[in-house]
Structures are given as C-alpha cells and as structure tokens.
Design a binder for this molecule. Structure first.
Ligand SMILES: Nc1nc2c(ncn2[C@@H]2O[C@H](COP(=O)(O)OP(=O)(O)OP(=O)(O)O)[C@@H](O)[C@H]2O)c(=O)[nH]1
Ligand SMILES: [Mg+2]
Length: 230
C-alpha cells in the first residue's frame, strides 16, 4: 500500500480546519450556547479563536507554525487560509486555541475578509524591517472594530540592523489605541508564546465580562418579573 505523505496529511487537516471556520461563521452563537448548555459532568473545554492579520511576508505563518510546532520555516509560501488547533494550559486551565492564518497578499483579500467576523481576538502583525507593513497595520486597525481583543505585533525583531519601524513609533500608536505592542521573532521564538497567551487572556476577560453582563441582565429581568407578578 502506498504511504500517504505526512506533509500532505497536515496540509489537508489545515484546509479542513479552515473550512470549519467558514462553517462556524454562520452559527457562532450556536456553538457557544451549546458549550454553555453542557452538563457539569461533561468536559467543556474553552475555545479561543484567534486570527492572524497583516501584510504579505511579515511572518504570520512563521509565528503560527513556531507556536504550533516549535519550528521556524525559512521558505516563504504565501498563504490563502490555513487553520491550526492547539491545546494549551492557560493560567492552570486547559483551553483550546484555534488560529486562523490569513492571507497578506492582496490577491487573496476576498478570502481573508470573509473570515474576519468569526474571530474573537486578533494579532495584527507587521515586520519591523518594512515600514509599509506598519502603515498597512495602522490602516487596518483604524478600519476594524478595535474594541475586540487585539495585540499589535512587530515581528522579525532579530533583524535589528534592518529595522525601519522605531519601537517608540509603534508603541505610541498602540498606546493611542489602548492595546499592547510586543516585538517578536518567529525565528528565535522570542515572545511568540507571550503574544498568543496574552491575547487569549484578553479574549477570556472579554467573555467573562460579557457573561457577567448577560447574567446581570437575566437576574434583573427575573427580579422585575417577580415584582410584576407581585
Ligand atoms: N529572520 C526572520 N525571518 C522571518 C521571521 N518571521 C518570518 N520570517 C521569514 O519571512 C518570510 C515570510 O514569512 P511568512 O510567515 O510566510 O509571512 P506571512 O505573513 O505568512 O505571508 P503571507 O502568507 O503572504 O501573508 C519567510 O521567508 C520567513 O522565514 C523572523 O522573525 N525573523
Ligand atoms: Mg502566511
């Protein structure tokens, strides 16, 4: 029997997961409600959906692959859309992170823009060696709803001699938006875990405050109906 190459199997899995994101687009509420309705005995792993955004070649895939597989990929192969899944322990709790690695190349913009709605948090990645990629980030963050959890990530921090974006410039923009700015290197793994974990913490905090609001609303509705009944 001919052996199915491992690389092809991995690629197929990424595409299937990316497709899963498209399907979830039409029913995000349903999924979270289903999780909430699980009985106490059943394991209900928390899911956090993260989307990688940024210009072509800035290192979105390299960061994702480094986080997922602890590997640095030297070759540049423009992404259309790939999805990755990993179980991690976040502050003592086992959670699952779903990462959607989107296309930076404008040729694939239509595919990319379709996915945005389904993200719970975003890593806006630019390369510190390319000022244009930073400008593109500024435009994107401006046009996106940035009340959602997001981090601005200056990647390729190991290439200091080719730096075009001063730390202060990026930091002051991030401060203006009230978000965190972190520099990473997909090559050396510097701050790679940090950006994914910090983003998951922000997503978790937002979900918790939304749940509180919902529960608060419910209990005040219950109180009201009790009063009305009396
Ligand atoms: N030295 C160095 N090279 C990097 C780093 N991150 C990515 N690269 C290289 O930059 C090139 C582009 O990286 P990708 O991760 O494919 O870029 P991308 O943002 O996914 O690009 P698109 O898929 O087209 O949007 C590859 O050759 C990577 O090896 C880094 O931190 N340091
Ligand atoms: Mg890519």
């Amino acid at each position: 029997m001919t052996k199915f190459p491992k690389e092809i199997a991995i690629k197929c899995r990424q595409r299937v997961l990316a497709l899963h994101w498209v399907i979830c687009l039409s029913q995000p509420q349903k999924t979270s409600r289903m999780a909430a309705n699980k009985s106490k005995g059943q394991s209900s792993l928390a899911f956090h959906k993260v989307i990688m955004v940024g210009s072509g070649g800035v290192g979105k895939s390299a960061l994702t692959l480094q986080f997922r597989y602890d590997e640095f990929v030297e070759d540049y192969e423009p992404t259309k859309a790939d999805s990755y899944r990993k179980k991690v322990v976040l502050d003592g709790e086992e959670v699952q992170i779903d990462i959607l690695d989107t296309a930076g190349q404008e040729d694939y913009a239509a595919i990319r823009d379709n996915y945005f709605r389904s993200g719970e948090g975003f890593l806006f990645v630019f390369s510190i060696t390319e000022h244009e990629s930073f400008t593109a980030t500024i435009l994107r963050v401006k046009t996106e709803e940035y009340k959602i959890p997001l981090l601005v990530v200056g990647n390729k921090s190991g290439l200091e001699e080719r730096r075009q974006v001063p730390v202060e410039e990026a930091r002051s923009k991030a401060e203006e938006w009230g978000v965190q700015y972190v520099e990473t290197s997909a090559k050396t793994r510097a701050n790679v875990d940090k950006v994914f974990f910090d983003l998951m913490r922000e997503i978790r905090a937002k979900k918790m405050s939304e749940n509180k609001d919902k529960n608060g609303k419910k209990s005040s509705e219950n109180k009201k109906s009790f009063k009305e009944r009396c």
